[in-house]
Design a protein around this ligand. Structure first.
Ligand code: PGA
Ligand code: ZN
Length: 434
């Protein structure tokens, strides 16, 4: 049995230039596991607490020195001597030492760094890849990537209310082909934007962030780009949307502040999505189509569209098994977005995925808009067999690092790897691959 002998922690920067925490877990064998924790911008209200110093003299209050002190002075003495391969016991200890329901005392950033760092340390000690250590088996499925190529909302300084427009290469035979087709479409889109005189600089997740005539123009641009790159719209490259509706929900109404200033009731918002899905059948998935507070609207949305598209709950479920249970009982959504830092430990994340599965919900592993070069989610997506991952666009190092890690995994597995491909799309669209 290996033992944790020490922890170390460091204040590093994320992709937005804000501080975040890096944690190193050292074992008695000399093996080390390093974890760099991501950070969201359009965060759900019920996410586990990301501890920030609030000292305005440093990083505008965003420093993470307190979280570092908690790793070194509170968590370290509690976990020294523990077996890092006993992930459940380790995570239970972290939760107990914190003592709150939302990790407010020690910080989910501090706790998750240790939780993931421990898993990576054991994988390193056993000279195994993280996905193999987390789920040892013969064959693995590579997830279908969702590439956020057009950005709006909180992730971009433009006039588009909806946060993410994603292309999803469901028709590709391998992950490598999926990545290539996304890159080709991304470049086709760039050319189209350029010809139209639109801005081609990118937002937080590497998607373009032009000023458009309307939110819907983004859909037309995606269609044109997919077509120009030579792919079938829908069965070749499908579309997933994440409007992140919580961000424009104000006192029961959806307010399009960034575009035409119009307001919509929950019913009108549901009709908007029904209309889009009718006119753009390539939309197979819609994340956070309604706000996290809109528990009245979500069951209606699910009843109306739940048999035709994947309805992914991000802000509303925040990777929390208790909230997901409530959502399931209320008939909300049919899929959940999984972000490890929303809940704060590996064990609770796995529990949430398991609960979703048992109830017929699909699952999507996700990055955060503030990321680092840490590629844990790529291995995690393969290990948990979730079949879908969203990690941003096909540019910016912190996004591409996850996709490149998946390329590496597919390469090393060879014939033991299968790309999830069209199955994630045909579940909703009845498309059979010829
Ligand atoms: P966030 O955005 O990391 O800023 O929360 C990602 C998402 O909403 O899926
Ligand atoms: Zn989201």
């Amino acid at each position: 049995m290996s033992k944790i002998v020490s922890l170390d922690a460091l204040e590093i920067l994320d992709s937005r230039g804000n501080p975040t925490i890096q944690v190193a877990v050292l074992l008695d064998s000399g093996a080390v596991g390093i974890s760099k924790v991501p950070s969201g911008a359009s965060t759900g209200k019920n996410e586990a607490v990301e501890l920030r110093d609030g000292d305005m003299k440093r990083f505008g209050g965003k420093g993470v020195r307190k979280a570092i002190e908690n790793v070194l002075n509170v968590i370290q003495p509690a976990v020294i001597g523990m077996d890092p391969s006993e992930q459940e016991a380790l995570d239970a200890k972290l939760v107990a030492v914190d003592g709150t329901t939302n990790k407010a005392r020690l910080g989910a950033n501090a706790i998750l760094g240790v939780s993931i760092g421990a898993a990576k340390a054991v994988a390193a000690e056993r000279k195994e890849a993280l996905y193999q250590y987390l789920s040892p088996r013969e064959n693995y499925v590579l997830p279908v990537p969702m590439f956020n190529v057009l950005n709006g909302g909180r992730h971009a300084d433009n006039n588009v209310d909806f946060q993410e427009f994603m292309i999803v290469p469901v028709g590709a035979p391998t992950f490598a082909d999926a990545l290539r087709s996304a890159s080709e479409t991304f470049h086709a889109l760039k050319e189209i934007l350029h010809v139209k005189g639109y801005d081609t600089s990118v937002g937080d997740e590497g998607g373009f962030a032009p000023r458009l005539r309307s939110n819907e123009e983004a859909m037309e641009l995606l269609r044109t780009a997919i077509h120009k790159a030579g792919y079938n719209i829908g069965s070749g490259i499908a579309i997933n949307l994440d409007p992140a509706a919580s961000e424009f929900f104000e006192e029961g109404t959806y307010v399009f502040r960034k575009s035409d200033k119009s307001k919509k009731s929950p019913g009108e918002m549901i009709r908007l999505w029904a209309d889009w899905i009718e006119r753009y059948p390539e939309i197979y998935s819609l994340e956070d189509g309604l706000a996290e507070e809109d528990w009245g609207g979500w069951p209606l949305l699910t009843e109306k569209l739940g048999s035709r598209v994947q309805l992914v709950g991000d802000d509303i479920f925040v990777t929390n098994p208790d909230i997901l249970s409530r959502g399931i009982r209320c008939g909300i959504a049919n899929s959940i977005l999984i972000k490890l830092n929303q809940i704060g430990t590996v064990t609770e994340t796995l529990r949430c995925i398991e609960l979703a599965r048992r109830n017929g919900y699909t699952t999507v592993i996700s990055h955060r808009s503030g990321e680092t070069d840490d590629t844990t989610i790529a291995d995690f997506a393969v290990a948990t067999d979730v079949h879908q991952i969203k990690a941003g666009s096909v540019c910016r190092g912190e996004r591409v690092s996850k996709y490149n890690r998946l390329l590496e995994i597919e390469h090393e597995l060879g014939s033991r790897a299968r790309y999830a491909g069209h199955s994630v799309y045909s579940k909703w669209k009845g498309f059979e691959k010829s």
